[in-house]
Design a protein around this ligand. Structure first.
Ligand code: ADP
Length: 595
């Protein structure tokens, strides 16, 4: 992305604040005029005092009058300048803060509309996406700030100062003008030298924060294996790289800063010599006051250029980060597609024919899948890990679209359904439960935000979690993420009961539950299967053999299907899995123990 593209993309976010922009610009202009006042006042003062010195009937009254006027003008100007600087910074900062809020919110809202495939791509992993948004917002809002708070006032002031120098004397103006490109060249070289180091620095920073995060995440593994030393040493390597990089960037900066200071001094000396010379030869309009006048104006001319390098760096960062950031905001092709079909009532009969599916990373997860899933029955997907069971559920919920083949729901192609309507009619309980930061009540209410407290209580009872919630110090107002894995699972089940949808997908719903809770949940799932479509993915033998219909999958393909007893008798993958489960449960011994 180039600078033009960056500003074009930013434009719509700046537009709502056009009054703020206008105000900031106006203040900038006034501030730039004020910046020249010192030079003008000193010019006049020196000339006035100089004139007084030569006068024979020198009177203190006259000198006092001049000094009073100077004091009033300078102090008045300082007060006004302070007010203007305050207002200009305040409005500029306000604009930056509001724009960064809008940018972050726009990215989040856009991201929420994206299809699942977007999130499962390698370059969109959680941490990476977050970094991209954070850094994008940070550097873009800094660009706005650089432009309106730093760059614009300085450059306006520089241009004004240069004009005043030219108006006073063309030769002095030319000297000042010649120094500017020298400064530019030095700054440009500095920015180019630093660019690679800054880029490396970014990588090291990411590695550093990633390192710290992974230590915290795996602290129990690190400790149990006594690997503190190794982990510490890994971090030391990164720290050392960061340190040497920092040293190098500082060294380069200090060197170029010294060169720039020298060039500035040379410029100042040239301006003094030239002005002094012009005064001495009595050049028209050149008085002794002009020496100070020109020196101060020259200071204003070079002031922004000293800042240029930092702004250069920020701009470079902004260009790099803006690309990633706007790729989120502008990727309309990632937005989830939706049909418009909404039926009176969803019955919940699915039919899959010749469905193939490949994940965005290239994993072929389903091959020629054919299924009939009927309402009022429990359909179980059986198969080893990675067989494609969860993938089918992903397709039925329209999280992904099949590569080829068709999926019908109540005879209508799934892609024709309004996605929101479809999902209102589907309840999912996953292996890993998604408990949000909030209270237990809020988490259950996620299933139906309009539900009353009594309905929440009812749902909790059905999910066999009510008593445990009531035993907590803050009952339904307790933090949900402090519950155990099994309890969180039942909160998710309660949420589904509250939603009360005609289609239910359960992906290993009892995987992290104890035996008693498993039995209770099994009972409540049995109770709700009437007039609903229940699809269950489970390794639990008790749930599988209770199903009305089994689909046994292997490597993305349906190997066997039918009634549990029938397909067991036929032998094959289903029998293998059931036999292995029975052996792992040590059923014979259990029977002996309990008989
Ligand atoms: P199961 O539910 O039977 O354990 P899955 O449906 O989760 O199996 O996975 C089927 C295949 O698809 C596996 O090879 C798995 O690695 C792959 N897979 C699952 N989810 C994703 C994903 N989000 N991105 C890429 N590959 C995936």
């Amino acid at each position: 992305m180039n600078l033009w593209g960056l500003f074009k993309n930013l434009q719509i976010y700046v537009k709502p604040y056009k009054w703020l922009v206008f105000l900031t610009l106006l203040l900038t202009l006034v501030g730039s005029f004020m910046a020249q006042v010192n030079a003008i006042v000193l010019d006049k003062t020196i000339d006035a005092i100089n004139a007084l010195i030569g006068v024979e009937d020198f009177a203190w009254g006259m000198a006092a009058r001049i000094l009073t006027i100077i004091s009033i003008v300078l102090l008045g100007k300082e007060i006004l300048a302070a007010l203007i600087t305050f207002a200009q910074q305040y409005f500029g900062e306000r604009m930056r803060i509001l724009i960064s809020r809008d940018l972050a919110q726009a990215a989040i809202e856009k991201m929420l509309t994206f299809r699942m495939a977007f999130f499962s791509r390698d370059d969109n992993e959680t941490g990476k996406l977050q970094t991209r948004i954070d850094q994008g917002v940070g550097s873009l809002s800094r660009t706005v700030q650089n432009f309106f708070i730093d760059l614009l006032p300085l450059f306006t002031s520089a241009i004004l100062a240069l004009i005043l120098m030219f108006l006073a004397n063309v030769y002095v103006g030319l000297v000042a003008l010649c120094i500017v490109p020298v400064y530019f060249i030095i700054t440009y070289r500095q920015a180019r030298k630093l660019k690679g180091w800054r880029r490396d620095m970014r990588t090291y920073r990411e590695a550093k924060s990633h390192g710290i995060m992974s230590i915290i995440e795996s602290i129990n593994v690190i400790k149990s294996f006594n690997r503190e030393r190794i982990e510490g040493d890994k971090q030391l390597d990164i720290q050392n790289q960061v340190t040497s990089n920092q040293m190098q960037t500082r060294k380069i900066s200090f060197y170029y800063n010294a060169v720039k200071t020298f060039v500035k001094q040379v410029g100042t000396v040239l301006v003094i010599i030239l002005t002094a010379y012009l005064v001495l030869i009595d050049y028209p309009g050149m008085t002794i006051g002009k020496i100070m006048y020109h020196v101060l104006l020259f200071g204003n001319v070079v002031a922004p250029i000293t800042q240029l390098q930092r702004i250069f760096d920020d701009m470079n960062d902004a260009l790099i980060y803006a690309e990633g950031f706007f790729s989120i905001l502008n990727s309309d092709d990632e937005v989830e597609s939706s049909g418009t079909y909404r039926s009176e009532k969803i019955l919940g009969n699915f039919e899959l024919s010749h469905v193939d599916f490949t994940y965005p990373n290239g994993t072929k997860a389903l091959r020629d899948v054919n299924m009939k899933i009927e309402s009022g029955k429990i359909t179980a997907f059986v198969g080893l890990s990675g067989a494609g069971k969860s993938t089918i559920v992903n397709l039925l919920d329209k999280f992904y679209e099949p590569e080829c083949g068709t999926i019908l729901l109540d005879g209508v192609p799934l892609q024709e359904y309004d996605t929101q309507f479809l999902r209102e009619n589907i309840g999912i309980v996953l292996q890993k439960n998604h408990i949000f930061d909030g209270t237990i009540e809020e988490n259950i209410l996620y299933g139906n935000p309009q539900a009353s407290h009594d309905e929440v209580v009812e749902a909790a009872k059905k999910a066999y979690i009510y008593e445990q919630i009531m035993a907590l110090p803050h009952t339904f107002q307790s933090k949900a993420n402090q519950l155990s894995g099994g309890q969180q699972q039942r909160i998710a089940i309660a949420r589904m009961f509250l939603k009360n949808p005609p289609i239910i997908f359960l992906d290993e719903p009892t995987a992290s539950l104890d035996a008693i809770a498993t039995e209770q949940i099994k009972n409540s799932i049995d109770a709700i299967k009437q007039d609903r479509t229940v699809i269950i993915i489970s390794h639990s033998i008790s749930q599988i053999i209770d199903a009305d219909m089994i689909y046994a999958l292997k490597e993305g393909h349906v190997e066997q299907s039918g009634n549990p007893d029938e397909i067991y008798k036929k032998g094959g993958i289903y029998k293998e899995i059931i036999d292995a489960s029975a052996r792992s449960l040590n059923i014979e011994k259990i029977v002996n123990t309990i008989s």
